[in-house]
Design a protein around this ligand. Structure first.
Ligand code: F6R
Length: 615
């Protein structure tokens, strides 16, 4: 989703901003722009729809000087992707430029007021309203840019991270945030700002995460000032050390980030599990649970909230918690939960799952759960993101930065942490017997090697992917633990190949989707050796007898499926509750190669954003 970068220092801002925008490309965007202020007090604004490379072509034909600048990648919400709607937006006099991530909900009301005062708007965006409002306040109150920004933000409803510069002040940048992330990197005589830390890596490892309702005043050669929006008083500044490295942000020899991230999973799961399985695979230790034993002991219900792939992980989490904690569990889309008047009290635990930790709906769900007295736990990947900062406790999945827009290693990390969490709470509540605990933990501790084994189907799947050049629709079927795996497999395929794919509980298929099955509609069936294997066999037969091709994901050594399915892909044998982690590997590869065969940009699929910071 939208990305912001800003720089003030002694280097040419343009180079740093363009590199920063390229590092933010993974978030998803449709246009980009940059505003530069040079020391003679001139401002140059360059914008272009499409890729950052288009912006470079446009900008390099003009003035790119200046050691202060702000830049943006836009993901359209108000107004189509176009040069005009791209940020930065500039005030009517041309003096103030602003970039914005988020949405101004009351923009129509504000626009009407400004139009009545003679302001004209060039774009269809909500953002342009904000920059015009700042200028209007500045001119009518003869105040400083800082005061005008503050006053404007007090009138704005919605979510924002913004950066503002002014033509006649090449020494100042104002930033602010509410419900949209903003990181400030403090260098030696230079300051960086960005929506996430990726553009800052390599320049400085000293970062400040601006909090909601804070304004930062960044002045050349002066210490950073952070003020509270409500009372204008200085806030405490906490500088943190950034642990991201440049190597983690690169492709490491793979063609795409997605392929790198698929193949990284043995290593990422090793990092995810490190130190959490103890005493010879007989016990789990998760500090988030260990420090809140009382809460987990007394809890009467757990509700999992998430979006997209993280929601699929939550569905698997439900099965894990039911099986190992023997307590009621609900799973909700965060976007439905937040408006669904959930009935919660202090005996409820709400677990939010999010790779980015910035998903707007998930953040709102957390807020609501807290207001209702629930204990809120976060499962997140990005260290220091908004979700871990707004939850009562939680666990990081520690799989490193996920750059490919389609989530892969984060999903397996989330399911791994959910398994650890369910076992940890189960052991605490005495709901899981020691033999089951040790069996699952022992298999989980070997998961990195198991995934290495699972990845060996790479070539086989590459070949298989070519068979399906004809398909415009796919059905993904699974049961029990692997119904969510089917949903996830289908989501991966549609996200990156733009082929319609539906995930369905295999047995439910006969209540409707079976009508779709014919020679042109292949099905991918997740059928490991589990308690429902015999049942799924008959579902496969139902598909076959209607002429549909079947790819079956089966456990190593399976002999019965090859007589029925057209293609069998083997996965290593693991306990039933761990099959989703292993089965998701061939599904990720299948989606990947089908998309690559179709020539799609798998790392940055159209219309998608890595971090969905709007409703
Ligand atoms: C799918 C995907 C999305 C995200 C969803 C939630 O591959 O990446 O569906 O899972 O946008 O994002 P997070 O997990 O960051 O809250």
């Amino acid at each position: 989703m939208c990305g912001i970068v800003g720089y003030i220092g002694s280097q040419r801002a343009y180079d740093i901003l363009i590199q920063g925008l390229k590092r933010l490309e993974y978030r998803g965007y449709d246009s980009a722009g940059v505003a530069l202020v040079d020391c003679d007090g001139k401002m140059s604004v360059h914008k272009s729809h499409g890729k950052v490379a288009n912006l470079e072509n446009v900008a390099q034909a003009g003035n790119i000087n200046g050691t202060l600048g702000i830049a943006h990648t836009r993901w359209a919400t108000h107004g189509e992707p176009s040069d005009i709607n791209a940020h930065p937006h500039v005030s009517q006099s041309g003096m103030i430029a602003l970039v914005h991530n988020g949405t101004i909900e009351n923009y129509a009301v504000l626009k009407k007021v400004l139009t009545d005062h003679g302001y004209e708007f060039k774009s269809e965006t909500d953002t342009e309203v904000l920059v015009q409002l700042i200028e209007y306040i500045k001119l009518t109150s003869s105040c400083s840019l800082l005061d005008a920004v503050r006053e404007a933000l007090l009138q704005v409803e919605g979510a924002y991270a913004i950066a503002v510069v002014e033509q006649n002040d090449p020494d100042t940048m104002i930033v602010a945030r509410k419900s949209s992330p903003l990181v400030i990197g403090v260098g030696d005589g230079e300051t960086f700002i960005a929506s996430d830390a990726t553009p800052i890596v390599g320049y400085t490892d000293q970062v400040i995460y601006l909090k909601d309702n804070e304004i930062g005043v960044i002045k050349r050669n002066e210490p950073l000032q952070v003020l509270s929006l409500s009372d204008n008083k200085p806030s405490t500044i906490s500088i943190q050390k950034l642990k991201l490295s440049l190597a983690q942000l690169e492709k490491g020899g793979y063609d795409t980030f997605m392929l790198k991230e698929i193949f990284e999973q043995p290593a990422t799961l090793r990092d995810c599990l490190r130190g959490r399985i103890v005493d010879g695979c007989s016990r789990v230790t998760l500090s988030g649970v260990d420090l809140n034993k009382e809460r987990f002991m007394k809890a009467e219900r757990i509700t999992l909230v998430a979006c997209g792939t993280s929601w699929h992980a939550a569905l698997i989490g439900k099965r894990l918690i039911q099986d190992f904690c023997k307590m009621p569990v609900e799973v909700e889309y965060a976007s439905e939960f937040r408006y669904g008047n959930p009935v919660l009290n202090e005996k409820d635990i709400v677990i939010s799952i999010s790779q980015s930790g910035e998903t707007a709906d998930t953040l709102a769900a957390i807020q609501l759960a807290k207001e209702k007295g629930a204990f809120v736990y976060g499962i997140c990947n990005v260290v220091g993101a908004s979700i871990p900062r707004n939850t009562d406790s939680g666990t990081y999945i520690h799989v490193g930065p996920e750059i490919g827009v389609a989530s892969t290693k984060a999903f397996t990390g989330q399911v791994t942490v959910l398994t650890l969490l369910a076992l940890s709470v189960g052991q605490l509540r005495g709901a899981v017997d020691q033999e089951t605990l040790s069996t699952v933990l022992s298999a989980l501790s070997k998961m990195p090697e198991t995934i290495e084994e699972a990845l060996k189907v790479d070539n086989e799947i590459k070949t298989l992917s070519r068979v399906f050049a004809y398909a415009h629709n796919f059905l993904y079927l699974g049961r029990g633990y692997n119904y969510p795996t089917a949903l996830e497999g289908a989501l991966k395929l549609k996200e990156i190949s733009y082929i319609h794919a539906e995930g369905y509980p295999a047995a439910e298929m006969k209540h409707g989707p079976i009508a779709l099955i014919d020679h042109d509609m292949p099905s991918v069936v997740i059928a490991p050796n589990d308690s429902l294997y015999d049942k799924i066999i008959s579902n496969v037969q139902q598909v076959k007898s209607r002429g549909g091709a079947v790819v079956a994901i089966v456990s190593k050594g399976n002999t019965s499926m090859s007589d029925i399915a057209d293609y069998c892909i083997e996965i290593p044998n693991v306990p039933e509750c761990l099959t989703p982690i292993v089965a998701s590997i061939p599904l990720q590869l299948l989606a990947y190669y089908i998309a690559v065969n179709k020539g799609k940009d798998v790392d940055q699929p159209r219309n998608l954003a890595k971090s969905v910071t709007v409703e």
